[in-house]
Design a protein around this ligand. Structure first.
Ligand code: URA
Length: 440
């Protein structure tokens, strides 16, 4: 087989066979296929797409390109959850303890922040002492003892995705539904859970800018899950506003604790209840309504918060900062974004909010940038709220005057104030299962 012929076949919009897909994945991981040939093939896939069958084969080949985690020694149905990446998205650290408190084990590998989007592992590392690089045996032990553990991704998980993602990033081929679907699903499959819940973000802060594209991505991933025997549900959620009020690592952990103490912003609480209910549903815990009630119960009676604390303790973290968030290290400077006129907060460009927080130190501008865990933004007003001239829209936390100035300018540009109130779309826009698509 020649890679030239595989590229030509996809260029001519023909369906690739299993042998051809295996050939280019194995060849690329082993270094037998050059970057320029893989780039040409990725662009052909970007332009001509892939059938569900091709995408499922691609996903399976990628998943098997490295280590496959075997979670079978942990009793019960293991359900994983994946978010396609957002701003202020701290749901993993709320829903994992909820689900664990309801008796479903969570053995989860999470990632770091990427560009303007945050990452669970960075947020966890803002807790003093917290370890996220944990040997597999200890990871399993913690799941068995506590009911949950969230750790960093193992080094040899899906090497094909690592190589291909780096190439997509520099060849304008990231925003392709089959390529995104295979990238995410290969990692979920290799990570070993039996069932998968996907939180697909849509809006200005997300990869998917329209509901139609988000639904298409959801359908593709649910179909892949079916083909490889891992039941998958996809929820489409709004990312035209940051989730909750806080963006930035320790600021987000404080907000996680608020929600787990039965308080916190209503949008964040709602989305966490919905995602937890769907994970419990996938774990055969009952109907969706019954699962919602279970999630609300453990949120409100504090059992979910106790689970988070038990995990943090087991992974070496300082639990006292969770009980008293004022113990987190503080940013040196607190700035304010003040409204310059009266009106409704009409729109918030979420990507810009993420960039603002990143510039102030909450994320990495370069791969090796050092994160300032105390940096970020806390909104005082949100989309649809009326503000008067002089009102504080958001507080900014930073330890460098120049960075604060830059962050404030970007944040200010992200917010539009208007005389008329915006039409606010529902936080949860659609739910996709193997049987149906429900739109809300
Ligand atoms: N997240 C991933 O892991 N892969 C993609 O391609 C896009 C988002």
């Amino acid at each position: 087989m020649r890679i030239y012929d595989v590229i030509a076949k996809k260029r001519d919009a023909k369906e690739l066979t299993e042998e051809e897909i295996k050939f280019f994945i194995d060849g690329y991981v082993k270094g037998n296929i050059a970057d320029y040939q893989m780039s040409a093939l990725l662009m052909a896939i970007y332009l001509n797409g892939m059938s569900y069958k091709e995408t499922a084969i691609l996903t399976n080949c990628m998943a098997h390109s490295g280590e496959m985690i075997d979670l079978s020694s942990i009793n019960g149905i293991k359900v994983d959850k994946h978010s396609t990446g957002g701003v202020g998205d701290k749901t993993t650290l709320i829903i994992s303890p909820i689900v664990a408190a309801c008796g479903v084990p969570v053995a989860k590998m999470s990632g770091r922040g990427l560009g303007h989007t945050g990452g669970t592992i960075d947020k966890m590392e803002s807790i003093p002492g917290m370890k996220i690089a944990i040997e597999k045996e200890r990871f399993f032990e913690i799941v068995k003892e506590v009911g949950l553990s969230v750790v960093g991704q193992s080094g040899n998980l899906v090497p094909a995705d690592k190589k291909i993602y780096a190439l997509r990033d520099v060849t304008a081929t990231v925003e392709s539904i089959p390529l995104i679907a295979s990238s995410i699903m290969s990692k979920k499959i290799a990570a070993g859970s039996d069932r998968i819940l996907l939180d697909i973000k849509v809006g200005s802060g997300a990869f998917m800018k329209t509901k139609e594209d988000a639904i298409e991505l959801g359908k593709t991933m649910v179909a892949i899950g079916e083909k490889v025997g891992r039941e998958t549900v996809a929820i489409i959620t709004d990312m035209d506003r940051p989730l909750g009020k806080a963006i930035g690592n320790s600021l987000e952990i404080s907000e996680v604790c608020e929600v787990l103490k039965g308080r916190g912003p209503e949008d964040l609480r709602q989305i966490c209840i919905e995602l937890s209910a769907n994970m419990l549903y996938l774990a055969n815990k009952g109907t969706l309504d019954e699962c919602r009630s279970m999630a609300i119960k453990v949120l409100d009676n504090g059992e979910a918060f106790e689970k988070l604390k038990a995990m943090v303790l087991a992974q070496g973290g300082d639990v006292s900062v969770l009980e008293d968030n004022s113990k987190f290290a503080k940013a040196k400077i607190k700035g304010e974004l003040i409204s310059e006129k009266d009106g409704y907060i009409y729109s918030i460009d979420t990507e810009k909010c993420g960039i603002s927080a990143m510039v102030m130190g909450a994320g990495r501008e370069k791969k090796d940038s050092i994160i300032d865990y105390s940096a970020g933004i806390v909104f005082n007003k949100t989309i649809g709220e009326y503000v008067n001239k002089g009102d504080v829209i958001a507080y900014l936390y930073c330890s460098d005057e120049e960075k604060l100035k830059q962050g404030k300018k970007i944040l200010s540009d992200s917010i539009k104030i208007n005389d008329i109130a915006p039409n606010i779309v529902p936080l949860i826009q659609a739910r996709i299962t193997k049987d149906k698509i429900e739109k809300f």
